[in-house]
Design a protein around this ligand. Structure first.
Ligand code: ZN
Length: 140
């Protein structure tokens, strides 16, 4: 187990733009604000979403698209460094008009309305490195 210790630098809340891609807006925001370490939370609605599922046996992602209007019932993630750049790792649970849920690693989604909050952390940011055991980029 690795432990990283932080203090909270500040908390930022953002309202994303309708019709634009969620991960693109998030990534450009953290790059612009030079955020290298943060916790991310968000709720809202999207027009469609693409999620990834990591197959632990083959060590490959299978991406799938949910082509319907969805609630973002829960979105959570973090920011750390990967290849010397701020990297947002985000998972989300989406629900449809019957309460069916879809979840996974968020690849992309088109924003209908979305509010996110970032708890920006102070301290050396965790750095992602390829982990041979899992095949994932984990904090070293
Ligand atoms: Zn993930």
């Amino acid at each position: 187990m690795r432990v990283f210790n932080f203090e909270v630098e500040n908390v930022l809340s953002i309202r994303m733009e309708h019709g634009k891609e969620l991960m693109e807006q998030l990534t450009s925001f953290i790059e612009r604000e030079k955020i290298t370490s943060a916790l991310i939370f968000g709720i809202g609605a999207v027009k469609w979403a693409e999620l990834g599922y990591y197959n632990q046996r083959t060590k490959e992602y299978r991406n799938f698209r949910i082509d319907k209007n969805l609630e973002v019932s829960s979105l959570t993630g973090n920011v750390s460094l990967k290849d010397d750049k701020p990297f947002a790792h985000v998972h989300a649970v989406f629900s449809d008009d019957e309460g069916n849920c879809y979840g996974g690693h968020l690849i992309q989604a088109e924003v209908f309305a979305f509010e996110a909050s970032l708890i920006v952390l102070k301290g050396p940011p965790p750095v992602r490195e390829l982990d041979d055991v899992t095949g994932l980029y984990l904090w070293k």
